[in-house]
Design a protein around this ligand. Structure first.
Ligand SMILES: Cc1cc2nc3c(=O)[nH]c(=O)nc-3n(C[C@H](O)[C@H](O)[C@H](O)COP(=O)(O)OP(=O)(O)OC[C@H]3O[C@@H](n4cnc5c(N)ncnc54)[C@H](O)[C@@H]3O)c2cc1C
Length: 437
């Protein structure tokens, strides 16, 4: 066990120690901005993974449009001065101003002057009975890789069988949730199935089915209804995607999904893109929460806990440029909160007044498969190929590090002219097959 001395002192005259928990969009942008604003500060970035995951491109990993390694960026290559620790934070002692963590080989703790909570939220796998056991969430790059392999494995099995009922089950894919992630992953799976058709002629004897089950009256509830309807039509026309609106899943089992009205969809793969749960660290803190997110003051400090700040998906930050409405849990907001928080910590260090968070969002976009997207940008509704180009350009701009941008750009162009990668990757070690096990 390693215990660093606690730097928190009332008469502190040395540089502050700032501990950031979470290497996502919020934590890394905060670390980078703090490096610039507080040149002498000691900055520690603690994260369970040693990389940032560019979540908006996870559906593209599922559809094999982008390689998994290209949607992650190593934290050590993103920051300059901050010390990166690949550890899981297990507890926060706000009275002693100390965080406790567990690394690969040892446990330890670190004292702080400022603590930035940027640990995001978790997938809620308890929302529907059977979801945890039988559905596949899409939250991490591991989830995306697993799902991509599952789609290919189902096609391989369908290619083998002579049983049409089994073949139909294997090639039916249900996506629970018709928000951004649900629509994007359904579009990607349907594109992948269409593009790999020629190698799975036997499996194709039963046309593959992709079904979106969505509780609301139209897809993409964050966008105007017109765009939701457009998405529904395009998904149906180009990808053959079936959309079940105003339908809630009652239970998920090994054979498929039961809907609220009692009807069944038998499917070999069920993907869940709904439901979030608070991060366990946030849940354990003695502070007020709003729907699982930590309540913070307008400047992103936690009122009950001196020296503690919170940003990103784990915090309920109000937006001064939207009449104080809570910011939605999106990358767009996390990316802006990091630098504004760094500026506030620097102000606090100088004894200057902090400022409220404010950001006017540019708009919302969603790819819907088949080189189409829908968007609402500066109040204008757009749909079709042009917004799809905008969608790609926008995300390319925000992919961290130049090397990643170049790779994703090349890969997107590659995918336009060459067939998708249908290799089924197995992550198993070599075993001695003579031992009979
Ligand atoms: C599939 C998918 C698609 C999305 N698409 C879009 C999109 O198109 N546009 C958009 O704006 N937003 C999108 N989002 C939402 C966006 O990804 C999140 O809003 C954003 O990632 C939030 O950033 P964050 O830094 O707060 O949290 P996260 O990115 O979740 O990062 C949290 C970090 O904290 C770490 N962590 C958590 N607990 C601990 C612990 N105990 N110890 C150490 N480390 C810990 C995690 O490992 C992670 O590195 C999407 C999300 C998903 C899942």
């Amino acid at each position: 066990m390693r215990d660093d001395p606690n730097p928190a002192r009332a008469d502190r005259d040395s540089a502050p120690r700032i501990v950031i928990i979470g290497g996502g969009f919020a934590g890394t942008t905060a670390a980078r901005a703090l490096e610039r604003r507080l040149r002498t500060a000691e900055i520690h970035l603690l994260s369970a993974e040693n990389h940032l995951t560019y979540n908006p491109l996870l559906p593209e990993v599922v559809g094999a449009s982008v390689l998994p390694g290209h949607v992650v960026a190593p934290l050590r290559q993103m920051v300059r001065r901050a010390r990166v620790h690949q550890v899981r934070v297990t507890a926060i002692d706000t009275a002693a101003r100390r965080v406790h963590y567990r690394g690969g080989c040892e446990t330890g703790s670190l004292g702080y002057d400022h603590l930035v909570l940027a640990c995001g939220n978790s997938a809620n796998l308890r929302m529907i009975p059977g979801l945890a056991e039988h559905a596949l969430p899409l939250k991490t790059v591991g989830d995306a890789l697993f799902l991509r392999n599952r789609v290919i494995a189902r096609l391989e099995d369908a290619e083998l069988t002579e049983n049409p009922t089994l073949r139909r089950w294997l090639t039916t894919f249900v996506v629970v949730g018709g928000g951004f992630s649900g629509v994007e992953v359904a579009g990607e799976i349907s594109d992948f199935l269409a593009e790999s058709r020629r190698w799975y002629r036997h499996a194709e004897l039963e046309p593959p089915r992709v079904v979106i089950v969505h509780g609301g009256p139209h897809l993409l509830p964050e966008l105007p209804e017109r765009l939701g309807r457009f998405t529904e039509r395009k998904l149906a026309r180009h990808g053959g995607v079936e959309v079940r609106l105003s339908s809630r899943s009652r239970a998920i089992d090994a054979r498929g999904v039961t809907l609220h009205n009692g009807s069944r969809i038998d499917a070999g793969t069920v993907v869940s893109t709904i439901g979030t749960a608070p991060n366990a660290l946030i849940e354990a803190l003695p502070a007020e929460k709003q729907r699982g997110r930590l309540c913070v003051d307008a400047d992103m400090s936690v009122p009950e806990l001196p020296g503690v700040w919170a940003i990103g998906d784990c915090a309920a930050v109000s937006n001064s440029r939207a009449n104080g409405a809570p910011c939605p849990p999106t990358a767009q907001f996390a990316l802006r909160q990091g630098p504004q928080l760094a500026a506030n910590i620097a102000r606090r260090e100088r004894g200057a007044p902090t400022r409220p968070f404010g950001y006017r969002p540019k708009g919302l976009m969603s790819a819907i498969g088949h080189n189409r997207a829908v968007a609402r940008i500066w109040g204008v509704n757009l749909s079709g190929f042009i917004p799809w180009l905008l969608w790609r350009g926008f995300y390319l701009l925000y992919i961290p590090t130049f090397a990643r941008k170049a790779r994703v750009y090349l890969e997107w162009n590659w995918a336009m002219f060459f067939p998708p990668d249908i290799a089924h990757l197995r992550f198993t070690r070599t075993v001695d097959e003579r031992d009979g096990s």
